[in-house]
Design a protein around this ligand. Structure first.
Ligand code: GLU
Length: 306
């Protein structure tokens, strides 16, 4: 049997401009796919209108293009994928894997927000739909970077939301349906999503979908040790000078600087990087960026979204 073509993806939520941490995940994922001659898909996770920032998705696409991180096939927009999520939800409801839930946040306060059984004091006009996590749901998986991982989803997470009370599709359902629809078999993303992976594996099993291989990259931390994140308004990456930024990201991915020495052209640099990328050199521990590392040329002069 021949192994399938590797297929990676980048799936930003359009909640702001891409910052160094997001671009690190994008570059790491692109490198892993391209190094093995694979495909790289793009998906805009605009499934949460209250968090979506106008113009952010277009700005993210422009940034990726400016860095030369070309994708295969059309960009998927989750806002247009409601029918696919509904079909998956209908199946889960029909199979008894999902149930309608009237519990409010305050109903679940006594159990720390974890849902194990419905305790709603009154029916809601807008109930959520949850995935039922049985008592023996301990999920194990082999992370490409972090070796064996395990989570007791029942104890640590409980029955999780698939469609929210406000009608929005939950990230967990949308990501599982779309990774499968896009043929993704290598997910490279930030370690902040490590905690979601077991839930996604449970959903894949319930929907008879394949489980990709997961690689959770270290997070970039700013000087006080906080994760760089869009919501913390980390400065966006400087897209006008892609070469020094790509070089810096390459180093942050644990790859030898010598492989890219003397290259000043973006596409030549990407070709060399794709060729010499060595997955086993990827770092495991979170990366603390010194104050200086956040200044020119890596992060400066944030362009405003159009
Ligand atoms: N949309 C998520 C984010 O921007 C990433 C989802 C994923 O990689 O699974 O944080």
């Amino acid at each position: 049997m021949t192994s399938p073509i590797p297929c990676g993806r980048f799936a930003p939520s359009p909640t702001g401009l891409l910052h160094a941490g997001s671009l690190l995940a994008a570059f790491g994922s692109w490198l892993l796919a391209r190094h093995h001659g694979g495909l790289w898909r793009l998906r805009i996770e605009d499934v949460d209108p209250p968090r979506t920032v106008a113009g952010a998705a277009q700005a993210q696409l422009q940034t990726l293009a400016a860095f030369g991180l070309a994708h295969d096939g059309p960009v998927i927009w989750q806002s247009a994928r409601g029918d696919a999520y509904q079909a998956a939800l209908d199946r889960l409801l029909a199979d008894g894997h999902a149930f309608v839930c009237h519990c409010s946040r305050s109903d679940l306060a006594a159990t720390g927000g974890i849902h194990h059984r419905c305790v709603a004091r009154q029916a809601r006009a807008d109930p959520a739909v949850r995935f039922r996590v049985p008592a023996d749901s301990v999920v194990h998986f082999e992370d490409g970077l972090r070796s064996r991982q395990q989570q007791d989803v029942h104890a640590e997470v409980g029955d999780f939301v698939l469609r929210r009370a406000d009608g929005c599709w939950a990230y967990q359902l949308a990501v599982v349906v779309d990774d499968a629809a896009q043929g993704v078999n290598e997910v490279v993303r930030g370690a902040d999503l490590l905690d979601s992976t077991a839930r996604q594996i449970l959903l894949q099993r319930a929907l008879d979908l394949p489980t990709p291989r997961y690689w959770h990259l270290p997070l970039l931390l700013d000087a006080p040790g906080h994760k760089l994140s869009k919501s913390l308004a980390a400065l966006p990456v400087e897209a006008r000078e892609p070469v020094p930024v790509l070089r810096r990201l390459w180093e942050l991915l644990g790859q030898p600087t010598s492989a890219l020495e003397g290259i000043n052209d973006r596409d030549t640099l990407l070709a060399a990087a794709q060729h010499s990328f060595t997955p086993r050199l990827l770092p495991h521990a979170d990366i603390l960026l010194a104050a200086g590392a956040l200044s020119a040329p890596m992060l400066q002069n944030p362009p405003s979204p159009t």
